[in-house]
Each structure stands twice: as structure tokens, then as C-alpha cells.
Design a protein around this ligand. Structure first.
Ligand SMILES: [Zn+2]
Length: 245
């Protein structure tokens, strides 16, 4: 049996930049107090109107370094065509069993981009099946042990949902924005972005303002400067209301 590496939080995302845009602050917050975070991008974003696979891979590596993540992997699924296939489910189960996270953060169930919804569905299936002994997967030729994370939470992307909780990211907001600016082929970064590339939803300078405005709004709801919202798949309990005393 493989002696697996154990990571605290596994962030699963359809495209490189999904993680930074939607939960970069939460990741930076975790790594700031020594928790280990791994990001797994399902595709290389090869259908994106801007940038190339190579540029996007370099940008993802730079962003990972800014956020302090332990490692970043790519599952190599085809962008724009993430199927609920046995192969993809197995690849997701193998990922979960390889990193053995306590918490999984992933794409929400209702989204503008169909890949986001596909990844949500794949993760839900894989988390369940990852706990079943009769579903066998291997990594590097070694049979993997079963694993179920304690919690799975969806980060918020384009469509809003009623959040289950908000994470205060005020003290790491700058780190989040720096990580997002690593993707200068995708979002507008003054003096860095190529203005001859086709304009997209997120390449407009307004998009960066909108990101800040949303984070500020979610922060205002819980009395802090900036926050990121999450949807819990299962009910969340707290150890004691003493956390407020
Ligand atoms: Zn995406």
C-alpha cells in the first residue's frame, strides 16, 4: 500500500485561475498559519481565448508560489469537454486518495461555465466512491487506500448562492490580488496584459474592480473588510459558541 502524503486542504478547480479568483484569500490564510494546501486544476485552459497552454502553466506556477501552496497538479482533462466518464471519476478518486485531504474546496453546482458544473459533479461522485474499498485505484503502480475528507465546501464563482459561511480574508487580500495578477494573460494587469488579445469577460479592467467590490461586500456582511463565501455540502457544526467569547 502506498504511504500517502497527507495534505490539509485540496482545492479542485476546472481551470487554472479558478482557485485564485474564488478562494485565493482562503488559501493564503491557510498557508499563513502553516496548513498545507494542494491545488488540482482539471484542464490546462486550452480553450481560453487569451494566452497559451505554456503561458497559463507558468502563470499558475507563479500564482501557487505567491499563495504558498505545497504543490499543484493538472489532471489533463479536455477544456470545455469534462465528461462524467469512468476514466475521469477514477482520476478524481486517485487524486483524493493520493493527497488524503481533510477538506476539499471545489466548483459550485450551478455555474455560468459548464465545466464548473461538471467538475462539481465529478468531485461529488469521486468523494463518495473514494471511500469504497471495492473501487480500486492506483498511483505510480501502487494500490491506493480508501479516503473520505471530513468536509467539502464550494467556493463562489460567477453565480451567487446563499453561503453557508464566510471566511475573513482581510489580512491576505493583497496576496490574493497578487496571485490573480500572476494571470496577466487572462485578467487586466496595468502594463503587463497584451491589449491585442481578444477581450473576454475577465480581461476587462472592470472585472478586477468587481472582484474587489464583491469581496468588500461579503466582508461587510460579517463586519470585516474582505471575505470569501462558501457553500457547505453537508451541515456544518461548530465546537462551541465559545469561539465568540
Ligand atoms: Zn473556470
Amino acid at each position: 500500500m502506498e504511504n500517502n502524503q497527507q495534505t490539509d486542504v485540496l482545492v479542485i478547480a476546472a481551470h487554472p485561475d479558478d482557485a485564485e479568483l474564488s478562494c485565493g484569500g482562503t488559501i493564503a490564510n491557510l498557508t499563513s498559519f502553516g496548513k498545507s494546501v494542494v491545488i488540482a486544476d482539471c484542464t490546462r485552459g486550452e480553450l481560453g481565448s487569451r494566452g497559451t497552454i505554456e503561458i497559463r502553466a507558468q502563470e499558475a506556477a507563479n500564482a501557487s508560489e505567491i499563495l504558498g501552496v505545497q504543490s499543484r497538479v493538472n489532471l489533463g482533462m479536455p477544456d470545455g469537454n469534462i465528461l462524467q466518464s469512468q476514466e475521469n471519476i477514477h482520476s478524481m478518486i486517485s487524486l483524493i486518495r493520493r493527497f488524503r485531504p481533510q477538506i476539499i474546496l471545489f466548483n459550485p453546482p450551478y455555474e455560468r461555465h459548464p465545466d464548473h458544473e461538471s467538475v462539481h459533479r465529478l468531485v461529488r461522485t469521486a468523494v463518495f466512491q473514494s471511500g469504497l474499498t471495492k473501487i480500486e485505484t492506483s498511483f505510480n503502480g501502487t494500490l491506493q487506500q480508501t479516503h473520505r475528507p471530513k468536509q467539502m465546501f464550494c467556493y463562489m464563482q460567477t453565480y451567487e448562492f446563499q453561503p453557508s459561511f464566510y471566511v475573513d480574508i482581510s489580512n491576505v487580500f493583497e496576496t490574493k490580488m497578487n496571485a490573480i495578477c500572476a494571470y496577466s494573460s487572462q485578467v487586466f494587469v496595468e502594463g503587463k496584459s497584451d491589449m491585442n488579445e481578444p477581450a473576454t469577460f475577465i480581461s476587462n479592467p472592470d472585472f478586477m474592480e468587481m472582484l474587489e467590490a464583491r469581496a468588500r461586500y461579503f466582508g461587510a456582511l460579517i463586519g470585516v473588510r474582505y471575505a470569501e463565501p462558501f457553500l457547505a455540502i453537508e451541515p456544518v457544526g461548530i465546537p462551541s459558541i465559545g469561539i465568540w467569547l
